[in-house]
Design a protein around this ligand. Structure first.
Ligand code: ATP
Length: 445
């Protein structure tokens, strides 16, 4: 049985409940009732996220001679956000309901539901829209005056621009080249929703590629293709991904071109990565505000120019959500049974191999097998419950292979390997099991 024969995810609730049940993702501070827009990743979730980030870093940084990495502080000098325009412009229009006191984005009023506080009508009593800055404020040091106000970064790219000169010189890079980083970003979203899709704390993986403006189109196309290939190789169904170029009216004033990569979420087509031609806006503004020259010299050392930036910006949480939604299926089995399974790509599956002894009496040799396998794979050991139930648990976790050690294994030194998607089982010699699994995982990765 394959994903194609299963039933696609149509309701986000089913995935939300699986994620909590299986320890992928659950509300932060859950025992206090949760905190809106903040999520915690459990044992499986953190593995998924780490693998997605490692794959991004491998493709975008390690496999390229022209991209280097950095890891900046979350809090920058407040002038950074004046230069980037965030202090002035990073806002959404919001409205309040005078009756129930709820706050909504003025451009997203279609599905806000009824007002619970008015008599005789369920319509909200909305205020006129006003702008609400999305940056999360904090205070630094003991001082109470305004000079101590700082912001948690609303995106990870700004420190790449402020660190541009230092990183370029230290890494002895010439234009064209890129700087990448993965890290937390914070936005005081008016209306966090759709599970982790719109959160107040999230992770971004961003890469700023600095080039001459003559080559902007070439690099923009290059990065659109590279990023789309990255996602296709993660096993997204072909009809679940698309690119959407921005119309002229959608572009920020400094942005010359932009394309969203969108996934068909259960709540519709939505962006999870953006590729933007930001022109020389960022470096020019930071030059102006800091008084530091961020221009570079071209072939002719006398001809200096401010590089154009092509940005790729993916939300790690949104990408994980898309991967989970893409992988989720409920499948009918022979005999009227059904199973819930995550057909996750093997390279990002939190557990690659589960070791399942048929009986607790087989713990010693099964643990020996576990120790052998965990040197090469992420392994989980499970001896609780009947074998069918254990397979179902691993299906829900998205584990590509289960290895069962049974009473025959003691004598014939073979184990049963069960593959998640086809549910086919094969007897494999223990001394060849690592090679076998490596080969199988390679084929699917
Ligand atoms: P949106 O229009 O959905 O608010 P955006 O266009 O403001 O997104 P960018 O500023 O381009 O998003 O950020 C790049 C990426 O960061 C997005 O494609 C998304 O994956 C992620 N991202 C942005 N805001 C959030 C959020 N509130 N929660 C989770 N991920 C986010």
């Amino acid at each position: 049985m394959t994903a194609a024969s299963g039933q696609r995810l149509t309701q986000l609730d089913e995935l939300v409940s699986l994620c909590a049940r299986r320890g992928y993702i659950f509300p932060s501070s859950e025992i206090y009732g949760g905190i809106n827009g903040f999520w915690d990743y459990g044992p499986l979730g953190v593995e998924l996220k780490n693998k997605v980030k490692a794959r991004w870093w491998q493709t975008v940084v390690r496999e390229r001679a022209d991209v280097v990495g950095m890891d900046s502080a979350i809090i920058s000098h407040p002038r950074t956000w004046d230069a980037s325009g965030h202090t002035e412009h990073f806002s959404d229009p919001m409205v309040d309901c005078r009756a129930c006191k709820k706050r909504f984005r003025a451009d997203q009023l279609d599905d806000i539901g009824p007002c619970s506080a008015r008599e005789g009508t369920s319509e909200h009593d909305l205020t006129p829209p006003r702008n609400f800055n999305l940056m999360l404020e904090t205070r630094i040091g003991a001082s109470e005056d305004a000079a101590a106000t700082a912001y948690l970064r609303p995106e990870t790219c700004a420190p790449i621009f402020t660190g541009f000169k230092r990183v370029r010189e230290a890494a002895r890079q010439k234009i064209p080249f890129g700087i990448a980083q993965i890290g937390k970003a914070f936005r005081n979203e008016i209306n966090p929703r759709n599970f982790t899709f719109r959160s107040r704390e999230f992770e971004q993986a961003e890469m700023e590629f600095f080039c001459h403006s003559d080559e902007r189109e070439k690099w923009f196309d290059h990065w659109c293709n590279e990023r789309m290939r990255f996602h296709q190789e993660l096993g997204f169904a072909p009809d679940s991904l698309r690119t959407r170029p921005h119309g002229r009216d959608e572009l920020a004033h400094y942005c010359k071109n932009a394309v969203d990569i969108e996934f068909r979420f259960p709540f519709g087509w939505q962006e999870f990565e953006g590729i933007h031609d930001r022109g020389d806006w960022d470096l020019s503004r930071h030059s102006e505000y800091s008084g530091k020259d961020l221009s570079v010299s071209g072939e002719d050392p006398k001809q200096r120019f401010v590089p154009t930036v092509i940005e790729t910006s993916v939300g790690i949480d949104r990408l994980c959500l898309a991967l989970l939604a893409n992988a989720y299926a409920v499948e009918e089995l022979d005999g009227g049974e059904s199973r819930t399974v995550l057909h996750l790509h093997a390279s990002v599956a939190p557990i690659q191999v589960a070791v399942l002894p048929l009986s607790k009496k087989l713990a010693d040799p099964a643990h020996a097998l576990e120790s052998q396998l965990c040197r090469s794979f992420s392994v989980f050991y499970d001896d609780a419950g009947n074998i069918g139930r254990r397979y179902r648990r691993q299906d829900e976790a998205g584990t590509p292979f289960c290895v069962t050690y049974d009473f025959d294994s003691v004598d014939d030194q073979q184990v049963t390997v069960r593959e998640r998607d086809t549910m086919k089982q094969e007897r494999i010699a223990i001394d060849g099991i690592t090679d076998y699994l490596e080969e199988q995982l390679e084929c699917t990765a």
